[in-house]
Design a protein around this ligand. Structure first.
Ligand code: AMP
Ligand code: MG
Length: 400
């Protein structure tokens, strides 16, 4: 395919090819952060398991509240309650069980206790300040569905129903290959003439780790057909997906595309986005392959737009999409070209809503444009944007 493909077409194709790996594993709840849930979780208990007090105060029958009541028992949280004796009140604390027979809690600020008798200074409404059994979770209810990336609050919810471990998908192993004769690893103190430091390796490893995946690093691959083929073959045997950077355009020093076509198949390339036109997707043997561009900003953008949802779906995630917001542009775009643009911008909250300011140099080789920004502003192909107009923005914190 030589025509430029719109990002949605590419994404739909790539997602259709994303098969989730079938081997879940059980991990302790404390270690499950960021993993993808592989099985539904059904609660076997009500949460809370009993009616309990939402306040420190006194539990009583609402109908008894008009006269001072003898304090007949004291119920701290975590201790059993006796049935409430007739026309009495129980001293009670937040989280403590409501004694059988009581239907109301009056908070202590509205009570005065003198010589073992308590009276109430405010109007008393039946059922007030009682947290009902099962108001959070009901026994038999499915609390979490598979395909969800576990967040801290999900771990808390799982713990609240008594789960101590969960079934999750194992982290994807993703092979990373940085192609280019010009690349040198940081740490080498002087750059030989013509060389640059390999930055894509670090961006990519970070992006993968952020998704709780396991990068398998194949380092720098020289620009030769043999070295490219050898590294691709080995990577495909040892990983659940292979990702390369660079070497995917049409120059005679670009070997990735040809070698993937030789070793497997290539489904598509040439994405109608800026930055990031050359992007390859295919397979080497049975292992999916994604060839990202070489330019560092393009790597970031194409990873977030295409590789991320593919990998997340392969990892078992149900909803890899990220919602966009709208912000007012503090810049103009005279006319976007044939490719949808992803401008690196900083989105700030103002009294007038969100505002997006564009990083000055949007060249695909300028990695600082990504580092200095917190969002990508989406400018559809051919669109003109006037200052103050609304544009869609994707927050980077939701993507990485
Ligand atoms: P290519 O697609 O291989 O022609 O690469 C496009 C541009 O990205 C060239 O300027 C490369 O030097 C640069 N580039 C490729 N790979 C990397 C990398 N790993 N780190 C930094 N820059 C890179
Ligand atoms: Mg290259």
């Amino acid at each position: 395919m030589s025509d430029l493909l719109p990002v949605d077409t590419v994404l739909a194709h790539v997602l259709a090819a994303a098969v989730t790996l079938p081997d879940p594993q059980r991990v302790p709840l404390l270690e499950a952060l960021g993993f993808v849930l592989a099985q539904p979780v059904v609660s076997s208990i009500d949460v809370p398991p009993a009616d309990n007090s939402a306040m420190d105060g006194y539990a009583l029958r609402a109908e008894d509240a008009s006269a001072p009541l003898t304090v007949s028992q004291r119920i701290p949280a975590g201790h059993p309650a006796l049935p409430l004796a007739g026309a009495t009140a129980a001293r009670i604390f937040t989280g403590a069980m409501i004694p059988p027979g009581a239907d109301t809690v009056v908070m202590q600020e509205d009570c005065s206790e003198v010589n073992g008798k308590v009276s109430f200074s405010s109007a008393v409404h039946r059922h007030q300040n009682i947290r009902l059994r099962g108001q959070d979770v009901r026994s038999g209810e499915t609390i979490l569905q598979p395909g969800r990336v576990l967040r801290p609050q999900d771990l808390g919810l799982l713990a609240s129903v008594g789960c101590s471990d969960v079934d999750v998908y194992r982290p994807l192993r993703v092979a990373m290959l940085s192609t280019g004769d010009e690349l040198v690893e940081p740490g080498e103190h002087s750059l030989r003439e013509g060389a640059i430091y390999n930055s894509n390796r670090y961006t990519l490893a970070g992006l993968l780790r952020g998704l709780h995946m396991e990068p398998v690093d194949y380092g720098i691959i020289p620009d030769s057909p043999e070295a490219t083929a050898e590294a691709l073959t080995e990577a495909a045997q040892n990983a659940d997906c292979v990702i390369t950077t660079g070497g995917v355009s049409v120059g005679e020093e670009d070997h990735v595309k040809n070698q993937v076509e030789r070793l497997g198949c290539l489904d598509l390339w040439k994405l109608a986005i800026k930055p990031g036109k050359p992007l390859a997707f295919g397979r080497i043997a049975d292992t999916p392959f994604i060839g990202l561009p070489g330019n560092p900003s393009s790597v970031f953008v194409t990873f977030c737009l295409i590789a991320r949802p593919f990998l997340m779906k392969r990892q078992g995630v149900d909803e890899p999409a990220v919602p966009s917001l709208q912000a007012r542009a503090s810049f103009t775009v005279s006319k976007a070209g044939r490719r949808q643009e992803y401008l690196r911008v900083t989105v700030e909250a103002t009294s007038d809503g969100l505002r997006a300011t564009r990083y000055a140099n949007q060249s695909s080789g300028v990695l600082r444009s990504v580092s200095a920004s917190n969002a990508l502003a989406i400018i559809p192909a051919g669109r003109t944007v006037a200052e103050g107009e609304r544009v869609d923005v994707l927050l980077l914190d939701l993507l990485v």
